[in-house]
Ligand binder design. Sequence first.
Ligand SMILES: Nc1ncnc2c1ncn2[C@@H]1O[C@H](COP(=O)(O)OP(=O)(O)OP(=O)(O)O)[C@@H](O)[C@H]1O
Length: 221
Amino acid sequence: MMLKIKSLKKSYSQGLETIDIFQDLNFQVQKAQTVAIMGKSGSGKSTLLSLISGIIKPNNGDIVLDKVSYKDLKESQLNDFRASNIGFVFQNFHLVSYLNALENVMLPAKVCGISNPKEKAIELLKDVGLEHRLNHLPSQLSGGEKQRVAIARALIHNPKIILADEPSGNLDEETGIAVMDKLFELIKKNNTTLILVTHSKDVAKRCEETYELVLGDLTKC
Ligand SMILES: Nc1ncnc2c1ncn2[C@@H]1O[C@H](COP(=O)(O)OP(=O)(O)OP(=O)(O)O)[C@@H](O)[C@H]1O
């Protein structure tokens, strides 16, 4: 099993009020599986991705990614573990504005100390059809190009899992389809596990399984 979520509890405190997002969430994802998560605004989809990435802590329960229990890791170990094992694709691309496309893609490989980062980054940028845009800054790229850079960046360190939050949310339909084609082509090629949050049924349909998050529980659609 690639990912196990065990008896997860997460609530937010807002002044005197407590908002319960998850009270006892259990969920599993197999290696190389692609899973879409849908659900109403505010149901906790982004919170779930943040918990899986270890950026926020649960109140109770545990997350086990590729047999490593987050409970057993200190903060710094968890940060290293995240950098090596998780790739992120966000709706707003989150590229570093002063780095060009090539440098953006190389970044996770450098953080993880992966050999030949430049060659790997060029190869991935070729895979996403951007070999002619290596030296462009994010501000000099279109939305679809930025997202393709983000996809290349998410994959360069061969992560075990990719967490994607509305990856085509900011793109027009045609560009969104082209970008999703690339994402799915590359994760299939690399056997990467994918958890994808989306409001789009068409995007969800590309995944092997779709779940809806309702009242803190994931129900298979
Ligand atoms: N840091 C926080 N402190 C307090 N409440 C929070 C915090 N982060 C999120 N929430 C609340 O938790 C709930 C779940 O938020 P979350 O962002 O996970 O929802 P979502 O399903 O991703 O929504 P959307 O589809 O609109 O992005 C919301 O009601 C939100 O207001």
